[in-house]
Ligand binder design. Structure first.
Ligand code: P1T
Length: 389
């Protein structure tokens, strides 16, 4: 007899959590509740919704589904990944320190340095992404440790459980930006993190057609963030929430294809002698975080970075010669993208800081899509070839 208490599998949750048939109409798919407000029977007497900034049924379905996928008690959806990050940082007060690994999305760095530092938060960074590196920069006034893993764009793998322990010993929270992995590959809350943040623009939406963000965690920690969500107001509209919800349904099968394509491409790139100096992919046994990634992640993800021997010139050639890989910011969609962190996603980091962190002009980042592998390899082959067009 089936064990009734067995937790549902990931894809079942992705397709069903928060998505029962619509109580009003029986619609099988959660409708897009395009309404700013909800009619009340008497003041305060309503069906749980009053005004769409405070709550909307389409957004509520997405928030329930996100919480189920990350195995958190509650999820909150935001208008962008950076709006979600802002909501988390708003938990803190002037004088509080935030510790982060220095390899992180340029927009998060800009938010910390240009918005929250002037406001009084004190960010500190470690160039050493091992727990020892964090131990060196955490102080008695550290209130938050913020990590990405794998990191953007160097794909460093950070030890979530060990860093959670260090943060907690110091009385700080650990927030993990799980955008690059997705909950299908890694569930930071199960490894001891307190909060998970996503740019749902990426793998969760999955089709490069929506900008959104999310925070997931324990109810007590999410309560002040929920207050902030309503008070500050950076919420996604119902259509955006619906697009992300639709994307989630195929997250598992998309991630499997992203991972398979990226693993093959990374191995192929690593064999290319001419022009390719280094391939950054956690699935390569030569990657310093490979063993940790094996333990912490279900698979190694769809992102690859490549350092080209010919520097800026070689990067420009590759970036302008691919045909299937579109030259574009962002990642995690079904279509393959190629980008140049130094001038695109990480341009907001001052050049000297960026250079010191290894994001130089010869670094190119690939978001490997779900197209046919042979076509992706052929595209890179022709773009890397001498004299190709
Ligand atoms: O773009 P937005 O939805 O606001 O998400 C910001 C963000 C947060 N965290 C990580 C790890 C990210 O990569 C991003 C956005 N990154 C890109 C646009 C990019 O191309 O790297």
């Amino acid at each position: 007899m089936a064990n009734e208490s067995r937790a549902q599998g990931f894809s079942t949750r992705a397709i069903h959590a928060g998505q029962a048939a619509d109580p009003a109409t029986g619609a099988t798919v959660v409708p897009i509740y395009a309404t700013s407000t909800f009619t009340q029977e008497a003041p305060g007497e309503h069906k749980g919704f009053e005004y769409s900034r405070s709550g909307n049924p389409t957004r509520a379905a997405l928030e329930t589904c996100l919480a189920a996928l990350e195995e958190g008690e509650q999820g909150l959806a935001f208008a962008s990944g950076l709006a979600a990050t802002t909501a988390v940082l708003s938990l803190f007060r002037p004088g509080d320190e935030v510790v982060a690994a220095s390899d992180l999305y340029g927009g998060t760095y800009r938010l910390l340095e240009r918005v929250f530092r002037p406001w009084g938060l004190a960010p500190r960074y470690t160039d050493d992404p091992r727990p020892e590196g964090f131990a060196r920069v955490i102080t008695p006034v550290t209130r938050l440790v913020w990590i990405e893993t794998p990191t953007n764009p160097l794909l460093q793998v950070l030890d979530i459980a060990a860093i959670a322990e260090l943060a907690h010993r110091a009385g700080a929270l650990l927030a993990v930006d799980n955008t690059f992995a997705s909950p299908y590959l890694q569930q930071p809350l199960r490894l001891g993190a307190d909060l998970v943040v996503h740019s749902t623009t990426k793998y969760l939406g999955g089709h490069s057609d929506v900008v959104g963000g999310a925070v997931i965690g324990r109810r007590d920690l999410l309560e002040p963030i929920r207050f902030y969500q309503n008070a500050a107001g950076a919420v996604p509209g119902p259509f955006d929430a619906w697009l992300v919800l639709r994307g989630l349904k195929t997250l598992a099968i998309r991630m499997e294809r992203h991972c398979a394509n990226a693993a093959h491409l990374a191995a192929w790139l690593a064999e290319q002698r001419a022009g390719v100096e280094r391939v950054y992919y956690p699935g390569l046994p030569s990657h310093p975080g490979h063993d940790l990634a094996r333990r912490q992640m279900r698979d190694f993800g769809g992102m690859i970075s490549v350092r080209l021997a010919g520097g800026a010139e070689a990067a420009r050639r590759l970036l302008t010669r691919t045909r299937l890989f579109s030259l574009a910011e962002s990642l995690g969609g079904v279509e393959s993208l190629i980008s140049h962190p130094a001038t695109m996603t990480h341009a907001s980091i001052p050049a000297e800081v960026r250079g010191a962190r290894g994001i130089d002009d010869g670094l190119v980042r690939l978001s490997v899509g779900v197209e046919d592998y042979d076509d992706l390899r052929d595209d890179l082959q022709q773009a890397l070839a001498d004299g190709g067009s």
